[in-house]
Design a protein around this ligand. Structure first.
Ligand SMILES: [Cu+2]
Length: 157
């Protein structure tokens, strides 16, 4: 825990000095029930300069991946975005159910409505510089605006 706090503090300092122009809007995490081991985190990202979301970390899950949904043989499948999620300068990239999302896998405990999930977004600019952005995402009810099949799809991989 102490180590995590130290890393977080360093990330914030770095964010203030690097490009640091990634705006995060409306972050939220879909709540889970007992025994559910995965869920999605959603938000809108807007970067002032071309960048990529290359990594996401969270203390609530053992594995965190950036996913995309694609049609394969007429079926919606999800997979990890290779090489990071592109954030074109000035364009809002929406992470939402049925589209790009942050996958929280192997959850350490159920996420209840009203809780807050800390997420650390690692963004890399074209110059190779990395920046950390701390996000606090509120947990919304399980059935909030999400396709019912999403959880089933995650079981497939
Ligand atoms: Cu996913």
């Amino acid at each position: 825990m102490l180590r995590h706090l130290v890393v977080t503090a360093a990330g914030l300092v770095f964010a203030a000095s690097a490009f640091a122009q990634v705006t995060v809007k409306e972050p939220w995490v879909r709540g889970t029930v007992a025994e559910q081991k995965a869920t999605g985190a959603f938000m809108q990202l807007n970067s002032a300069a071309d960048a990529r979301l290359i990594e996401v970390k969270s203390p609530v899950a053992n594995i965190v991946e950036v996913h995309e949904m694609t049609m394969v043989d007429n079926m919606m499948k999800m997979r990890a975005v290779q090489g990071g999620l592109e954030l074109p300068a000035g364009k809002t990239v929406e992470l939402k159910p049925g589209s790009y999302h942050i996958m929280l896998i192997d959850l350490k405990a159920p996420l209840k409505e009203g809780a807050t999930v800390p997420l650390t977004l690692v963004v890399q600019g074209k110059d190779g510089k990395k920046d950390s952005i701390e996000v606090k995402a509120p947990v919304r009810a399980l059935n909030a605006a999400a396709p019912a099949t999403m959880e089933q799809m995650h079981k497939a991989h």
